[in-house]
Design a protein around this ligand. Structure first.
Ligand code: SAH
Length: 206
């Protein structure tokens, strides 16, 4: 089923072989404790994960990962851990991953899940708008929720030449932006329309 999903993603335009290999390896069916998910785990669609959130569609995970262009050994910050599927893909790409989630039940269950699966990511319960200054700078930052605007803290925490991939827009839909920090500012490029659950500022859930 994973091989079929990889073929489907290739058909939809994903070309990065390392990203395709990671999707082909990570057992997506293990990321939701709900037998209803078994039939949908390798279908290219989003699915509820509790707390009103969703696991991103595999195409979206592949697209953002390809845009991020992670190289082995890079430090990557993810905002919106959710169930940890994207986190696992980043680990498979060889990144040293830091990930922030605002919903405590998701943070806790994902921490248990990822360590049981052998993925070593540094998970944090908190507000991703602020980034993670104690562990900055990062080579790459990926946001997996829809942001009303680009949080300045996330750009500040990039190395020079580093990339932030972030869906920007309201609840009606977002534009996938790639923001590269250059020596004298930032360079933005837009990469199409997507639909994410919202990025919520200053409200860390218990
Ligand atoms: N990468 C996840 C996607 C989960 S959906 C996966 O593969 O499953 C996006 C997540 O972003 C949700 O879990 C939501 O709670 C979280 N989120 C929203 N605003 C946030 C914020 N300000 N800080 C941290 N996490 C946030």
């Amino acid at each position: 089923m994973r091989r079929k999903l990889v073929d489907e993603l290739k058909g939809k335009g994903i070309t990065d072989q390392r990203v395709l290999a990671a999707i082909g390896k990570v057992p997506r069916h293990q990321f939701i404790d709900d037998s209803a998910f078994d039939r949908f785990a390798y279908v290219d669609q989003a699915f509820p994960i509790g707390c009103g959130q969703t696991i991103s569609q595999p195409y979206t995970v592949a697209f953002q990962s390809q845009l991020l262009g992670v190289k082995p050994g890079e430090k990557v910050l993810e905002i919106g851990t959710g169930c940890g599927y994207q986190t696992a893909i980043l680990c498979e790409l060889g990144a040293k991953v830091y990930s922030i989630e605002r919903h405590k039940p998701l943070y806790l269950s994902t921490k248990t899940r990822l360590s049981a699966m052998g993925y070593k990511a540094h998970l944090v319960h908190g507000d991703g708008y602020k980034g993670l200054p104690v562990h900055a700078p990062f080579n790459k930052v990926i946001v997996t929720c829809g942001a009303p605007e680009i949080p300045a803290a996330l750009v500040d925490q990039l190395v020079a030449g580093g990339t932030l991939v972030i869906p920007v827009g309201g609840e009606g839909g977002q534009s996938m932006m790639s923001v590269v920090r250059t020596a004298d500012g930032v360079r933005h490029t837009a990469h199409g329309a997507f639909s994410f659950v919202p990025m919520v500022e200053n409200k860390v859930g218990g």
